[in-house]
Each structure stands twice: as C-alpha cells, then as structure tokens.
Design a protein around this ligand. Structure first.
Ligand SMILES: Cc1ncc(COP(=O)(O)O)c(C=O)c1O
Length: 473
C-alpha cells in the first residue's frame, strides 16, 4: 500500500469513528507531515484523495475540514428507488409562483433567494455605464439592437468563449431578456407539444415551468449532490423514449451546486450525439467557480452542433437588467424568429449599457472579488449550519456558487418548515419547487451569499429550532 493510502485509510477511519466530526478542521499539511513523518507531497495527495471522495472539503487559506455528507450519509430521495421518473402532465407553476411571491416580503431574511446578495454587484459602475449609454444612444438604436442583438455585446461574449478555447462566432449568439428567455426560446425551437424532454431531478423550477408552458412531457433523471446527473439512467431514458431535448445544468447545478467533471461532460455529449438529442445547456453560474479554473461548458465537448448554451449577467453583474444570451449555433436563426414573435428584442439601452460596462470596466476584477466573497460567505454559513443544525440534518457543501442543499430526515416536510419560517420573516426555497414528485419534499435550498450578520445568525438558529421541533413531533 502506498504511503498516502495509509494516511487516507487512517483519516477515513477517524472520521467514521467520530474522532473528527462534521466541520472540524483537520491538522494542517505541515502539522500532518510533522506527526506522520511523511513528505508534504504525500500528505497533500492524501488530502486531495479524501477530498475527491467527499470525506473532507478544502477552503482557501483556511485548510481542510470534515465534510458533513459522509458523516450523516442520508441518501438523497429515499422516497423512491426510481432513477428515471416520468411526468405526462406538469403542474408546478402555481406552487412556484406562490413561493416566489411570498419570498418578496420586505424585511425577510432571504435564504430562499435565487440571486446573490445585491450588495455584491458593482452597482455604481453599472449605473454610470447606463447613464453614459443612454446619453450617447444613437436614434437608430432600437433597430440596431433587434435580434440577434447588439453587435458589440455579441463580439465581447464571443471573445469570452474564445478565451476558454471555444470557437463561437458572434452571429451564432442571440441576446435575450435574461437566461430564462434564452432557455425558453431554445426549448421552443426544438420541441412540439407532447415531446419528451429530459431534466435533472432535482432541477431548477424554471425548467419545469417552461415544460409546463409548452405542454411537454418530462423525464426526470436522478442527479447526485456531488456527482451530478446519473448518465446510465440518462442512457436508459434515451433508449426507452424518443427524447427531443435535454435541459441540463452542467456547472454549479441549481439547487444542488454540483459540477460535472470533463469526462462526464464528454460522455454526455457522446450519448446525446448517439441518440440525436439537443442539449439546452443552462449555465448561469459557471463564472462563480472557486479555485483557479473556470469549468468548461458541455458545449466545449460538442462535435455535432447540437448544444444551445444559455447564460446571462444576472448572477454575476446585475440582476434587474435582464440580459442573457444563447450561443445557439445553427439554431440561432429559428430562435431569433421566435424572439421577434414574442418579446421582439432585449431592451436597447440596457444592451448598450452592458456593452459599455464590459468594454470600459474591469469585469474580470469584479468577478475575482465576487468569487472570493461568495466562497468566504458560503464557508461561514456552512460552518454555522454544521454547528446549529440537529445531527440528523445533512448539509451538502459544493465548490462554487452560493447554494447549500439541505436534506432533513425523510419524514420532515420542508414545505411546512418553509411556511413556519415565512411567518417569522425567514425565507427558504423548499425542495418541492425543484421536482415533479414528492422526492425532495424533505429538502431545501439555502442561499449563502449574504454576510453572516447577527440577523442571519439568529435566522439560522431559529431554522434549527424549528427543525428540532419538527423532529420531536
Ligand atoms: C439555473 C438557472 N437558470 C436560469 C436562471 C434564469 O436566469 P436569468 O435571471 O438570467 O433569466 C436562473 C435564475 O433564476 C437559474 O437559477
């Protein structure tokens, strides 16, 4: 057995035996080299293996900590053994609408929000860009910015793809009203009522709403909190049904936070090519990665031009501007035609303002600061949850973004928790929003992007108390 494996085994046993508990900090690399006599590289390798196996998590500049999901290995969706579930009719919109509306109450501690803390956006700089764009706006701007959208903005987005090694021509890009319009138009472009569409389970509720609106049928594929979508189950679904499209989140999935490895992305694209299925790639969080490397989209592994890659500036720069895009390849023209029939175009002054911001300001610098803040805050919230939540609660930590996915014991209903917490002005996003069956009714998503002030701390303590009471019933 290699030396690093001995250390891996040893630490794994210690975690199993509760010598190291959830959230505990492991000895630093240096300390571990002193106590074990192993080299720094050996210890580092052992920690990296433990991390890849989900036993520990690393946090920049703080060290390595015991991950909770192993400790309370509470398998996700105990309510069903199905890895693929079907829905002929979708009826989710009313529930989602009610939750989103209720969460807008003023003075709410907004752990249910889908957006990052607005104070993290560079508001002044964006506002200055808007003022300048509006005051210099040519009279022809309404026409110039019709689909496919502002040329300068599309060129900037194409350059950002090029920086990732991807060859996306500006003419393949359509500017939309947020990623949601990009996703909706893409789905509409490749499906007809009654078609089967694959989604993850759990998935972003916007995907389910979109399927409902277009009268599509859903095949939900089991998706693991760390490994992402189960590709064997996806293959089964593709074999047994004529699937038109998959709507998938390959990076920092909402609500789980998981990112597919490059190997999985490549296998996904090979599968979709084999069954001739379009991929609608919902990729709004990939700029919010931790670590040094931005994760590639699955589109980077697409050799057949079957991917419509959708993203936006809503989670990274400004929420209310509602500017997104789709890199649609050969579907760019049909998507423009659909856009012309519905919203006509994204707002001209707002497109111009973003073009101005992105060409004159330091977006990369802002992104670096944003990522750092989100990582620090997520870690602080995670630690607080580990300290406050009852031991039977499973808190899934994921690298990147600002969501934590929390699993309560199977008999506890997170929708009831959501209702009780709402009365005390605390919002959460209950698991029911993310699924077409009751598989995730015991889960909720928590937004960790807010600074952990006294108010947030009290709200977390209160959530823990409410959960404890529900456990005792
Ligand atoms: C996974 C996912 N896709 C798409 C969207 C919509 O993004 P936008 O606000 O840019 O329309 C959201 C955010 O609400 C999201 O979480």
């Amino acid at each position: 057995m290699a030396k690093y494996e001995t250390l891996v085994d040893q630490i794994r046993e210690q975690i199993k035996n509760n010598i190291w508990r959830v959230g505990d900090k492991l000895p630093s690399l240096r300390k571990q080299t002193e106590t074990t006599g192993m080299s720094l590289m050996t210890v580092l390798h052992a920690y990296q293996v433990l991390e890849s196996q989900g036993w520990i998590v690393s946090h920049a500049r703080s060290g390595y900590f015991v991950a909770p999901k192993i400790q309370n290995s509470n398998p996700i969706s105990k309510r069903s053994n199905a890895t693929v579930s079907k829905a002929e009719e979708i009826d989710i919109n009313d529930f989602v609408f009610d939750v989103l509306k209720a969460n807008r109450t003023p003075y709410t501690v907004d752990f249910g929000s889908v957006y990052p803390d607005p104070s993290l956006y560079p508001r002044n700089q964006v506002n200055k860009s808007l003022t300048s764009a509006v005051s210099h706006m040519p009279t022809s701007s309404a026409l110039d910015n019709l689909p496919p959208g502002n040329k300068g903005l599309r060129q900037i987005i194409a350059k950002r793809y090029a920086a990732e090694g991807m060859n996306v021509h500006p003419d393949e890009i359509v500017i939309t009203a947020g990623a949601l319009e990009a996703l909706n138009l893409s789905l509409q472009a490749v499906t007809q009522a009654g078609d089967w569409v694959v989604v993850e389970s759990p998935t972003f509720y916007g995907a389910l709403q979109s399927l409902q609106r277009l009268n599509l049928r859903a095949l939900s594929i089991r998706t693991h909190p760390t490994d992402g979508i189960d590709l064997d189950s996806l293959e089964d679904a593709l074999k047994s049904h004529t699937v038109k499209a998959c709507w998938l989140m390959t990076n920092q999935q909402n609500p789980l936070g998981c990112t597919l490895s490059n190997d999985k992305k490549a296998r996904l694209m090979a599968l979709l090519a084999e069954y001739n299925v379009y991929l609608i790639e919902d990729d709004v969080y990939s700029e919010l990665y931790y670590g040094s490397q931005k994760p590639l989209p699955a589109k980077a592994f697409d050799q057949n031009g079957m991917t419509m890659h959708c993203s936006s500036f809503s989670k990274t720069l400004v929420a209310g501007f509602r500017i997104g895009w789709v890199a649609a390849g050969k579907m760019a023209l049909p998507i423009q035609k659909l856009q012309m029939m519905s919203t006509l175009s994204a707002s001209a002054p707002i497109q111009l303002a973003l073009e101005k911001y992105l060409s004159a300001r330091n977006y990369e610098n802002h992104l670096r600061q944003l990522r750092r803040k989100l990582e620090q805050r997520k870690f602080a919230v995670w630690q607080m949850l580990c300290a406050e939540m009852p031991a039977s609660v499973n808190i899934n930590y994921s690298e990147g973004g600002y969501f934590l996915w929390i699993e309560l014991p199977d008999h506890v209903d997170a929708t009831v928790l959501y209702q009780q917490a709402s009365k005390e002005n605390i919002s959460i996003a209950p698991g029911r929003m993310f699924s077409l069956n009751n598989e995730f009714d015991h889960c909720f998503r928590l937004n960790s992007s807010f600074e952990c002030s006294l108010i947030q701390e009290r709200a977390i303590k209160r959530l823990a108390e409410l959960i404890q009471k529900m456990l005792e019933q």
